[in-house]
Design a protein around this ligand. Structure first.
Ligand code: URA
Length: 236
């Protein structure tokens, strides 16, 4: 639904209606990248991108979802090769949400989707040390010494990994299922760690972020976080 620009700016909490009008006149407001100077310009707060002094203002209600990302889906909002992307699953929502961090194309599991920039920042910045738990099926059966090396930290090309919690969950004939709990979020981190100790990953699933788990969801399904969960996340 379209509304007057100054009203949308004011209701996002940036400033009062009167001051919002002044911001527009002063050429400090952009709509979808273009400076707008006409008071009363109609905008759609759910679709249009509004900026004041180059800063995006949040005009939509904040929404955060827990999504079970299936394998063979790209963690992105668009793919030049036309492959399936995570936002395809959220088309029916009235707000646009984006992935928080990323999972590889062939990794399945828990992915948060949100339009709340502050929450996304807190969940991905290493400073907040949010725990993520992965189940990895790896080639071969890692010995205790390997498990301890993974726990202490592995020297990768982008530096030593932080201490992790690692356990062997199940041993099969030529492979094993291991659980790795890490709080960094480097690119392909779990796969690179396992590769570095001679146990390449065959399959990978993220089963937990902080206290959030996939329970009750099948691949491709999502649910909104409850207000208690959101509060707990903000307190982490
Ligand atoms: N580590 C990986 O190697 N891949 C992922 O998708 C997530 C963590």
């Amino acid at each position: 639904m379209k509304e007057r620009l100054q009203k949308v700016i004011a209701s996002s909490g940036v400033t009062s209606r009167r001051k919002a009008e002044q911001l527009i006149v002063d050429r400090r407001v952009r709509v979808n990248g273009k400076i707008v100077t006409e008071l009363g310009t109609q905008v759609d707060p759910q679709r249009d991108r509004l900026e004041v002094d180059g800063r995006i203002i949040q005009t939509e209600p904040k929404r955060t979802y827990l999504f079970y990302k299936p394998r063979n889906v790209i963690t992105s909002a668009a793919d030049p090769h036309g492959r399936k992307v995570v936002t395809d699953y959220f088309q029916q929502l009235s707000v646009r949400v984006y992935p928080v961090g990323r999972l590889d194309y062939d990794t399945e599991g828990l992915l948060l989707m949100t339009n709340d920039g502050e929450l996304a920042y807190r969940m991905t910045h290493p400073r907040f040390e949010i725990e993520k738990s992965y189940l990895a099926q790896v080639e071969g059966i890692p010995k205790q010494a390997i498990v301890e090396r993974l726990e202490r930290g592995i020297e990768l090309e982008d530096g030593l990994t932080a201490p992790a919690k690692v356990s062997v969950v199940q041993v099969r004939q030529h492979s094993a299922l291991i659980r790795l709990v890490i709080h960094e979020g480097r690119n392909r981190q779990v796969k690179r760690m396992c590769e570095a100790v001679g146990h390449p990953v065959i399959k990978l699933k993220r089963e937990r972020i902080a206290f959030l788990r996939l329970e009750g969801l099948k691949p491709g399904e999502f649910r909104a976080l409850t207000s208690e969960e959101l509060q707990r996340l903000r307190r982490l």
